[in-house]
Design a protein around this ligand. Structure first.
Ligand code: NAD
Length: 302
């Protein structure tokens, strides 16, 4: 029997972390027909995450881009849960909690304890070693990186990251799940930042250095990238969308793990994070945002 013929059918997917990425991943999985269990640090936060998905789908219904039946079907497949223990019975859990190594190791151990031996465990981490996360579990060959892009319902790509221990069968199972979610898959080795953030984060940091040096305003630098490079978003708009806390963490991982100061995070980025200005999710980063996430002005002084 070939690996492809031997693949188990995944039915129930757990998502840990109901923030912007976890919520989006839960939506994409439910849209693809999987039963989804969504967890965060509490049942209240998980329920909030599901309500946010409901509000986003509601906007699609209002614009006649989705039927009410379809929205109700998707939401009925997403069950908020109180803790990792409720992942018991899931075929796969995708962890999408805050980008922090110690936190992810703790969460991976808790999920590992809850799951049946044959279940799979994936991380949506942007930069953390999947090999180290796998080593913290009792099932290292069934652990993999499943790096969705932001926002998951709109972005076509999933970057699959093979840890040193990831088995070929695990890779095929996760690739099939990503394809079922309608995604295009690329595969990366487990190196800091993988492929996409290895290219992106130095570019975003460079835009920040340019701003610090006074090359131009944030609006001019963003317009330069959009109209000069044909990027759909400028670097500061994208950094605010990603979350400046996440961006800083990734830049620190790249600098530390490669031992190369070309990846050093700009002081301005450190300061914005120290101020609690994380971007769109806190309403303030390089720019300011209203409750609906629409840009309302500039936050940084130049
Ligand atoms: P976020 O801040 O929107 O959400 C993180 C969630 O993790 C929050 O809801 C938080 O309550 C939850 N959390 C924190 N501690 C927890 C705990 N102890 N138990 C359970 N949940 C806990 O961040 P995000 O942007 O959704 O990022 C999540 C992950 O996705 C990170 O690993 C990040 O690197 C990765 N990622 C982010 C992007 C992006 O553009 N933001 C893109 C790809 C991957």
């Amino acid at each position: 029997m070939t690996i492809e013929e031997d693949l188990p059918e995944l039915r129930t997917i757990g998502v840990l972390g109901a923030g912007q990425m976890g919520g989006g991943i839960a939506q994409v999985a439910a849209q693809a027909g999987f039963d989804v269990r969504l967890a965060d640090a509490s049942l209240e936060l998980a329920t909030k995450g599901r309500d946010k998905i409901g509000a986003q789908l509601g906007r699609l219904v209002d614009r006649a881009k989705m039927s009410e039946d379809m929205r109700d079907g998707i939401l009925s497949r997403i069950q908020p849960i109180a803790s990792s223990a409720d992942f018991a019975g899931c075929d796969l859990v995708i962890e999408a909690a805050t980008e922090n190594f110690d936190l992810k190791v703790k969460l991976f151990k808790a999920i590992d304890d809850a799951l049946a031996p044959e279940a799979f465990l994936a991380s949506n981490t942007s930069s953390i070693s999947v090999t180290k996360l796998a080593a913290a579990t009792s099932r290292p060959s069934q652990v993999i990186g499943m790096h969705f892009m932001n926002p998951p319902p709109l972005m076509k790509l999933v970057e699959i990251v093979r840890a040193v221990q990831t088995s070929p069968r695990t890779y095929e199972v996760i690739k099939a799940a990503a394809l079922k979610m309608g995604k295009v898959v690329v595969t990366s080795k487990d190196v800091p930042g993988f492929m996409v953030n290895r290219m992106l984060i130095p570019m975003l940091c460079e835009a920040c250095f340019a701003l610090q040096e006074g090359l131009g305003t944030p609006e001019d630098i963003d317009t330069g990238a959009k109209l000069g490079l044909n990027h759909p978003m400028g670097p500061f708009e994208l950094a605010d969308l990603i979350g400046l806390d996440t961006m800083l963490y990734i830049a620190e991982v790249l600098q530390r793990e490669f031992g190369d100061d070309k990846y050093r995070p700009p002081t301005m980025l450190r300061n914005l994070v120290a101020a609690g200005w994380y971007g769109k999710k806190t309403g303030r980063g390089f720019y300011t945002y209203d409750d609906k996430g629409n840009k309302t002005g500039r936050a940084v002084q130049t």
